[in-house]
Design a binder for this molecule. Sequence first.
Ligand SMILES: [Fe+2]
Ligand SMILES: [Fe+2]
Length: 629
Amino acid sequence: MKKSLRVLIVEDSKVDAELIAHEFALDGYEIKWERVETPEAMKKALEKRKWDIVISDYSMLRFSGLEALKLAQDKAPDLPFILISGVIGEDLAVEAMKEGAHDYIMKDNMKRLLPAVERELKEAVIRCGKEKAEEELRLKNNALESAAEAIVIANAEGEIVYVNEAFSGMYGLNADKAIGKHFSCIASEDPSMQSALAALQKDRMWDGELKSCNVDGIEFDVNLTAQMVMDGKGNPTHIMGIIRDITEWKKAEGRIKHLNELHDSIRSVNRLIAREKGISTLIKHACENFVKTTKYDAVWIALLDDKGSVTKVEKAGSGISFLETLKEVENNNKLNCVRKTVKTDRIQTFEDPNRDCPKCTFRKICPGRMIISPMSYENKIYGTLAISHPEVFTPDIEEKKLLKEVSDDLGFAFHSIELEEENSKNKGKLKESLEKVQKFLDGTVKALSSVVEKRDPYTAGHQKRVAQLAVALGRELGLNDERLEALRMASLLHDIGKIHIGAGVLNKPTKLDELEMSMIKTHSTVGYEILKSVDFPGPVAEIVLQHHERLDGSGYPEGLSAAEISLEAKILAVADVVEAYTSKRPYRLAYSFDDVIKKVSEERGTLYDREVVEKCIKLFKEKDFSFSN
Ligand SMILES: [Fe+2]
Ligand SMILES: [Fe+2]
């Protein structure tokens, strides 16, 4: 394969240039060449294209070989430059070599040209490689020096051989002072350094956090990534460490942890708010919760009355003598911090009691470093929440915001508890007055009930006993309390309409004739008329109206059928007839219990509701029901 070559020929003789090109072609080169004979043309050619070599005539009419050499050195310093001359003497040739020409060839000895070119091309490659390596080294060095992380390199014995600028800045130690120290000097008596060195020997690398210390004795946290550097045979030759100052990061991490703890604490307080029903237990548990879940030294909550005087204090925390004085606060209310917080209704910071509360009675024993937040809801301040925090951190805006939020949550809780207490007081009063109304209604019902019975001594106590049986039946049939109460009242008053019937008819000792019977039958309608305008808790008047209706439509006053009669009226009908049969009447004796059962059983499904009758039999036979006076 032909070797390709780009040759710039500086020659004012076209023929000589072609001869040179011919020499290369003879030797198997595929050459691309250009002839220039002026500085401008040479400059242009050097700028336009990349050349492998420059071959220049020593003396030309308008240009000289030495000028061409200078131009080549200026434009392409690494480009091999060979002078050719027919007239050059020894002295001039040496001079040209001193100036930087790589070789010179006499025109009568052109066979030297190609070996000289090949040699120079090889040397140019070596020169170029060396420069490249030097450039690479410079780049690496610059990169190490300008790295933001501190970089330290020690030999296999751990003796520091290199530190970069960032290292010097971080430790306050110049390179000449750092070099020669042991690698372990980057940690300040941190036992983790020993583990790091052991891990380096074993695993060839270590990554972790260490406590460091600069020349002024100031401690800071670092992250060290250390690695063994190996030679081509895999033997460790050096240790390289990259050190990052993580002090600020650690601070931020601590801050985030603290805020997370505060968030958790606030969540717990909100759970307490939802659970606790009393203000005293709520504030006690809230204080305990804050101290338990955060880094606060102490927490205290003061409740205030409408005049801003402290009415109650709860506290939690340890080792703060100040807390002992809070009992006194309850009595004399002279705390400047509480007063200031209430006055402004804003969160207040107290870092130094001498500066912030110069007139406070408790200034000398106050821990200082306090934040006090008002606990308010709808413009009412219920009290103050105070936290005493350790010196190592200062609560920032976000923390204050969270504290204000939880204070207001507590304010809202106090408001809700007060409202709840008020409501239950009102509920008690309402219950009392309802009971009074119920008692009054009961008395009225009983009085009305006795009016009719007074006129008819034979039925005395009838309605009361009917009510006993009807309510027992209603309960068996699953009526709720409201329906049972309406059934009880209707039973007690079901014959109230008899008030309208003359005593002669009511007390007649013999059987009633048709006219008298029709008079008696008006009592359910009259009863309804009397009761319908009374606002009973249920359809009392309607039950009374239907109590003589029968399933087969044979009853009165309307002759309703089974589906049209209410369950309460069906129950009352059975209770009424059973009580009446078991009692003596002016015109007959009382039936025996078995006869009564037989009579109603025969009429179940025709006159009386089947289920009501069955429940009635069960009550007497299985549940020992009996009338009481
Ligand atoms: Fe009746
Ligand atoms: Fe009756």
